[in-house]
Design a protein. Structure first.
Length: 371
């Protein structure tokens, strides 16, 4: 029995030796498993894993613009990684110095949508790339939806993305002091809120966490230095957003009771009736003061999803505080610039882009910098 045991053990050791031969280069890989294993590069720990072969994907757009999809700007424990798309201007702009930047924030009732969609524009990334072709670094960000985490999670994510851009300013050749937020509907609210809450600690993103676990698939929640940079912006463009939840809450509750989803209460995180603080915290109008940066507001006169009175009241509050602001009401169109005819929708959608682009140029463009 002892001889049999010794013989069996020896055979097992020979089998193990043969199994590991492809890794040591002792014999050419011949089976699919051996070939796959032989080609696999392995680091010393999970923490040594860095950029993979999909991390540097890029898309070329007209005018020399390069787009980088799905760059991770934040990884919070228990949530999907938060990503952004990045569009870099053509290299010809390098000689003009670090570039101004624009951060687009999508709509969707804080519960739907995505960073590659906006209103009725057929190819939104292509629109963003056309802006980058004019010399801007452009980003489009994702954020946590209200069913994942209610307010203030979404604005904290937006601010985390702003900090990510500033930490990576040198890498992407952008000017940290020339940035604006821009959004539509729910994204319009977030763009405006980011603009008027510079330095508001209650809306800060979570502090950076570095788990330092070599054998678990975790990574730092934010890049090094994120906690030390500002989340302030130099201006904002907001399309048909909510700016005063206290004013619109009752109307939304009535709609929800009539069978429509109560997206507002979900976003606000209300368990039962919303409190005054839950209504105030995400309302841009609650933070208006003379230090706010310039803001362009745009709204359709026929909007039945978000009352145009929201933009009018916000504009009045900004003007009263002495903030540079402008309200553009587009006649005959509703939410997402949808008109009664395709021609009306097309016209309003293009006017909105043109007006927004002119505002960007006036606040953070190269000519504005020289004034």
């Amino acid at each position: 029995m002892r001889m049999l045991s010794t013989w069996t053990t020896g055979l097992a050791l020979v089998g193990l030796s043969m199994l590991y031969q492809p890794f040591a280069g002792a014999a050419p890989a011949s089976t699919p498993g051996e070939r796959v294993a032989a080609q696999a590069a392995v680091g010393d720990s999970v923490r040594s894993v860095g950029l993979d072969s999909l991390s540097d994907l890029s898309v070329k757009y007209p005018g020399g613009v390069t787009g980088y999809p799905d760059l991770t700007y934040q990884t919070l424990l228990g949530y999907r990684p938060m990503t952004l798309d990045l569009f870099l201007p053509p290299p010809s702009y390098d000689k003009k110095g670090p570039r101004p930047w624009i951060m687009y924030i999508h709509g969707g009732g804080w519960a739907f949508g995505g960073k590659r969609r906006s209103a009725a524009y057929l190819d939104w990334p292509k629109v963003l790339a056309s802006i980058a072709a004019e010399g801007f670094v452009v980003t489009s960000v994702s954020y946590r939806f209200s069913n994942e985490a209610p307010s203030p999670a979404a604005i904290q994510d937006v601010k985390a993305a702003i900090r990510w851009l500033r930490v990576n300013a040198a890498k992407y050749h952008l000017d940290p002091d020339r940035g604006m937020t821009w959004g539509q509907s729910a994204g319009g609210q977030l763009a405006a809120l980011a603009a008027v809450t510079c330095g508001v600690k209650a809306l800060d993103p979570p502090a950076r966490v570095d788990p330092n676990a070599p054998n678990v698939e975790v990574s730092a929640s934010a890049p090094k230095g994120a906690d030390a940079v500002s989340d302030c912006v130099q201006g904002a463009v907001a399309w048909f957003g909510e700016y005063d939840f206290a004013a619109s809450y009752k109307e939304h509750k009535a709609s929800a009771n009539a069978g429509r989803p109560d997206l507002m209460s979900l976003f606000l995180g209300c368990q039962g009736p919303c409190t005054a603080e839950q209504l105030r915290r995400p309302s841009p109008i609650a933070y208006v003061d003379a230090k706010n940066p310039p803001i362009l507001l745009m709204h359709g006169t026929d909007d039945t999803t978000v009352d145009p009175a929201q933009s009018k009241a916000f504009e009045a509050a900004l003007q009263k505080a002495g903030v540079r602001t402008k309200l553009v009401m587009l006649p005959g169109v509703g939410h997402s610039w949808i008109g009664k005819t395709p021609e009306a929708t097309h016209h309003a959608s293009k006017v909105a882009l043109q007006q927004s682009m002119e505002f960007f140029e006036s606040i953070i463009g190269d000519d504005a910098k020289q004034k």
